[in-house]
Design a protein around this ligand. Structure first.
Ligand code: PEP
Ligand code: MN
Length: 683
């Protein structure tokens, strides 16, 4: 017995050491690949070619996915891995081109100031940015943002790295305010994923036992939901996360800090809890500043940041900003801060996509300077927003046989533009009010352009079920994940849904596969909570005329999918939409899901003529729910073809890994193979 155990332990050790060898080889290969990528950058410099060639990237990704599949590797893993490698390569090449343009190739020392010491997020961002650049990095940790800037201004540092905005807590006003008076220029940007952990010197401390908490104020804001649940704790604000961990390391028991895992490890702290930020996607964007402005080569995508103030008269800001619209320049961000010394006057910071040396930018800045009271270019720098290249969905599933049946073709949408007379009782949703189609964007999905597929189970039932569905949705080219958490069931004894627990599972599945989610909000008291996590709010057929609920979703900043009531006319549907629109929410999607007739062969009768009619009357997108309309899976795909043929903007459809075991609406759920067949026909 003991012999067997020893042999097994030895075997595991051996295998582990082989794995470590393989990992080292992977690292060596990544380093080799990086060097080759730099060679490519040099040839791009000579040929004047842009850094990115999407066709080449896509082709190499597709080749990798295919090769990976032959080796038994999951296409999603391969895609994610190579998207990371490509991003690194793009940023590396951009850095090379940028350095060449600014004669920085020969720099042997880079003295860089940032906030905090060992383990601070700024240090991590600084290392991330400068590892792609030549020269030995000399780090200068500072105690305040003022000190960081001072180091660069005085010449003690060549660069300073400063956080400027965070996806959870927003802009870092202190840094914006300091930029008002600095003579430094922005020469770079870098985005860093922030993962806040609760760290303590007591290994066994539970979050509820924390008495003293050391935290940076920005971090506090980003974790406010978690901290509100923590109860009575003495909060001690620190200048940086590295100061916070340092203090927690030497404090008495019951003390904890919030910082990165790496910072905790540096000070020998234990991780008590991770993932503390209010939003999972918690990223901070840092700017890199220097005394001399930099030039960005034309072949590298660039951003430009300006600072302006305008006269205090009606329309002055609008007049100034229309310059960008007129020149076709994309404005990425507009931030306003009080102007020091002039109470109630504002200074505006504007981020633009474009190179300050482009002719349109030169003209825009010139016009703007004439309209503004003050204008300063804070800098032009390479954009580090690397949009990942996607593998086409049909290539992710090559083993699925080609679509059978005729390809349906969406009709020309010229008809859509026919402007009807203003109807009685509702106006905001009408074409008379807004002739152009409303287009709604959530994450990478678009509704109102092309044919959008929202798919998933009727109800979220378990982690495994919803993850399985999400993986399938993504793999077969649908773009939005559906799943009911609060179920409107006719019978009070039927399964009512998993509630908020289900919503967390749905969100986790959506996050994992990069899919926005949609779920039904059944009662007014759920709106705020559901809107925090669900990208689209669904109003069910039974609630189409729940007016207080409609008003509340009208005040939420989330698109709303409004289902036609089972006994409602189109006019009533549009008046219900008007409740939402008139509260300010202009992102409404209309949904035809079948109405009650005398025909018992299907669950409801799908009123397909509603689609072209609604599109004539209204600018809102119209989708079809074939599942609830027919109630039987064998009729779903034909109705999907029909919906596309009559000009619907998409469908919302139910499918399930094991329809016979579904806790709701099993008979209408497509099986996985049917879903695949349907998608193969649509994509
Ligand atoms: C649903 O989509 O989960 C649903 C309950 O649909 P409807 O409101 O159309 O019945
Ligand atoms: Mn259902």
């Amino acid at each position: 017995m003991s012999n067997t155990t020893t042999t097994t332990a030895d075997d595991i050790d051996k295998t582990r050491s082989t794995i470590s060898d393989v990992d080292r080889q992977l690292l060596d290969l990544l380093a080799t690949r990086r060097n080759l990528s730099l060679k490519v950058a040099d040839s791009k410099i000579q040929a004047g070619r842009p850094v990115r060639d999407r066709d080449i990237e896509r082709q190499s990704l597709v080749d990798m996915v295919r090769r990976g599949r032959d080796l038994g590797l999951d296409p999603h893993l391969v895609t994610k891995l190579f998207q990371g490698v490509i991003e690194d390569s793009v940023l590396l090449q951009q850095a090379r081109l940028h350095a060449r343009e600014n004669s920085e190739d020969e720099t042997d020392l880079r003295r860089v100031a940032y906030l905090g010491g060992e383990g601070s997020y700024s240090q991590a961002a600084c290392r991330k940015y400068f590892t792609r650049r030549a020269g030995k990095l000399v780090e200068i940790g500072c105690n305040s943002f003022e000190e960081v800037l001072e180091k660069a201004e005085s010449g003690e540092a060549d660069h300073a790295v400063l956080p400027i905005e965070n996806t959870t807590s927003g802009s870092i006003s202190d840094v914006y305010d300091l930029l008002q008076h600095t003579g430094l220029s922005i020469v770079g940007e870098v985005t860093h994923k922030i993962e806040h952990c609760l760290l303590s010197a007591d290994a066994g401390l539970l979050p509820g036992q924390v008495k003293t908490l050391y935290v940076h104020p920005q971090v506090h804001a980003q974790c406010s939901h978690f901290l509100a649940r923590l109860g009575d704790v003495d909060v001690i604000y620190c200048e940086s996360t590295s100061h916070a961990v340092e203090k927690a390391a030497s404090a008495k028991s019951g003390a904890a800090a919030i910082a990165s895992r790496e910072a905790g490890a540096l000070w020998g702290l234990f991780e008590i809890k991770s993932d503390l930020a209010n939003q999972r996607q918690n990223h901070t964007r840092f700017i890199v500043v220097a005394r001399k402005p930099a030039h960005v080569p034309e072949t590298v995508p660039a951003k430009t940041t300006l600072m302006i103030s305008v006269d205090q008269k009606p329309g002055a800001l609008v007049d100034a900003l229309t310059v960008f619209r007129d020149q076709g320049i994309n404005m990425l961000k507009l931030e306003s801060r009080p102007l020091h010394g002039n109470p109630w006057e504002e200074l505006f910071y504007i981020d633009l996509l474009g190179n300050i040396r482009d002719q349109i930018m030169v003209e825009a800045v010139d016009t703007l300077a004439r309209r503004a009271r003050f204008l300063k270019v804070l800098g032009c720098y390479p954009s580090e927003d690397v949009i990942p290249t996607e593998v086409p969905a049909e290539l992710l599933r090559e083993n699925v046989k080609a679509a059978s049946g005729p390809k349906s073709k969406a009709p020309e949408k010229a008809e859509d533009k026919k402007v009807a007379a203003a109807p009685k009782g509702w106006k905001l949703g009408s074409r008379a009010h807004k002739p152009d189609n409303t287009i709604i964007r959530v994450g990478n999905a678009v509704i109102g352009e092309g044919f959008t597929v929202m798919a998933g189970p009727c109800s979220v039932e378990s982690e495994e079920q919803v993850m399985d569905c999400a993986e399938h949705v993504r793999a077969h080219g649908a773009t939005i994940l559906r799943g009911g958490c609060f179920k409107p069931r006719t019978n009070p004894y039927s399964f009512q849904g998993l509630g908020y627990e289900g919503l967390d599972l749905l969100k986790a599945a959506g996050d994992r596969h990069g899919l926005p989610i949609i779920t039904e909000v059944l009662a007014p008291d759920q709106v705020t909570e559901v809107a925090k996590k669900s990208d689209i709010l669904q109003i069910g057929a039974r609630n189409m005329q729940n007016f207080p609920l409609l008003r509340l979703v009208g005040r939420a900043n989330r698109p709303v999918l409004l289902k036609r009531g089972m006994m409602a006319s189109l006019d009533e549907l549009l008046q219900a939409a008007e409740y939402i629109l008139s509260e300010g929410n202009r992102q409404v999607i209309l949904c035809e899901r079948g109405i009650r007739t005398f025909e018992p062969a299907t669950r409801n009768t799908l009123d397909l003529s509603a689609v072209p009619l609604l599109k004539q009357m209204s600018h809102l997108p119209v989708v079809v729910d074939p599942s609830h309309a027919v109630g039987r899976r064998d009729m779903v795909i034909p109705m999907v073809r029909a919906a596309k043929a009559v000009g619907a903007d998409g469908i919302i459809v139910e499918f399930h890994p094991k329809p016979e075991e579904a806790l709701s609406d099993g008979p209408q759920a497509l099986t996985f193979p049917m879903f695949e067949e349907m998608m193969a026909e649509l994509v």
